[in-house]
Design a binder for this molecule. Structure first.
Ligand code: GDP
Ligand code: CA
Length: 315
């Protein structure tokens, strides 16, 4: 089995490729839930939705969130009656928030309603939230400590970042399906998708059961760098790295993850970093990592899986 750890856009792009090359019995996609929040009475899970919409082929490729062919009647009507409009909820997108909120209110777990929704979208691979209980990212900034969506959406990531906290992570309730996989001893590799290291992957690793499992691994952890040619392809990962005093390069990402990762996948644009990364004791694969369409996602996923197999047989 292979477990992929994913945030939103970068995670979803690699997840699509992995799902194309690995069967649902082999691949499980574990998704960050620390961006989740309650808004207008709805339970919103941005990264789960991005992964689900992308796997289902209904995501909006231009925004990286929400659905394609969206309409905004609800938002316009909400504005007319004086509702909060800083967080955009499209008419189609709303359907998922309504069903999730109802299910949670009736006592279902986040992993159960995620499974139901994913199935209805025709997704065959398990998409599993990292936690069934609330874990919430708090961003320490020069404007004080902010809730994640306040920092990310309302303030467009403008405040200077000083650190992060994942409230609730110590008591996170790992979904039963993920616990079974962890305890099965059948996992042959963990793939860290090219998601934001600080606010997408760190929260997943901060869940004690998941973190301890990976730290004591007898399988390789492969990561794809989310920084390509010194920039984040989307979102504030590079800005965060600079603000936290690390170089916004693939090497900076390698140093950030340290012992969490055994094998690195970096882009051709960063090929010159291969030697330095190898000197840190890591295996390195240089390839095309920019996934601007499904076939590129699949091609990269094939290479990642082969790389994981090669590292696994050497372990
Ligand atoms: P979010 O939760 O939607 O913000 O998305 P993620 O945390 O999953 O992903 C954000 C990161 O994905 C950014 O640092 C991007 O540079 C990275 N990313 C997005 N698309 C790609 C891609 O095609 N290739 C690689 N290597 N990184 C990508
Ligand atoms: Ca996210």
């Amino acid at each position: 089995m292979i477990v992929a750890l994913a945030g939103g856009v970068g995670g979803a792009r690699l997840a699509v490729g992995l799902a194309a090359v690995l069967s649902p019995q082999i691949l499980t996609i574990v998704v960050n839930t620390a961006d989740d929040f309650e808004h207008l009475g709805f339970a919103i899970s941005p990264d789960l939705d991005t992964v689900m919409y992308t796997l289902a082929g209904v995501a909006n490729p231009a925004t990286g969130w929400g659905r394609a062919q969206e309409t905004w009647n609800f938002m316009l009507a909400l504005e007319q009656v004086g509702g909060d409009t800083w967080f955009k909820l499209g008419d189609r997108d709303l359907a998922v928030h309504v069903l999730r909120t109802l299910a949670l209110r009736r006592g279902a777990s986040l992993s159960e309603i995620t499974r139901v929704l994913a199935t209805r979208f025709g997704i065959r691979h398990p998409v599993v939230p990292m936690s069934d209980s609330a874990v919430r990212t708090r961003v320490k900034t020069d404007c004080g400590e902010l809730a994640f969506q306040d920092y990310f959406v309302r303030r467009s990531c403008r405040p200077r970042v000083e650190g992060f906290r994942f409230v609730g992570s110590r008591k996170a309730r790992v979904p039963a399906v993920l616990l079974r996989i962890i305890r099965s001893g059948k996992v042959r590799a963990v793939v860290i998708c090219p998601s934001n290291p600080y606010v997408s992957i760190a929260p997943i690793l901060s869940v004690p059961t998941i973190g301890a499992w990976i730290r004591q691994r007898d399988f390789p952890v492969i990561a794809v760098s989310p920084i390509v040619g010194g920039v984040a392809l989307k979102g504030p990962a590079d800005k965060m790295m600079r603000e936290l005093g690390s170089a916004a390069t693939a090497l900076g990402v390698v140093r950030h993850y340290g012992d969490w990762v055994d094998g690195w996948v970096i882009d051709h644009q960063d090929a010159r970093l291969k030697r330095v990364i190898e000197r840190q004791g890591k295996a390195v694969l240089v390839t095309d990592t920019v996934m601007n369409n499904r076939s590129k996602s699949t091609r990269l996923a094939k290479r990642v899986v082969a790389f994981a197999q090669a590292l696994g047989s050497g372990k």
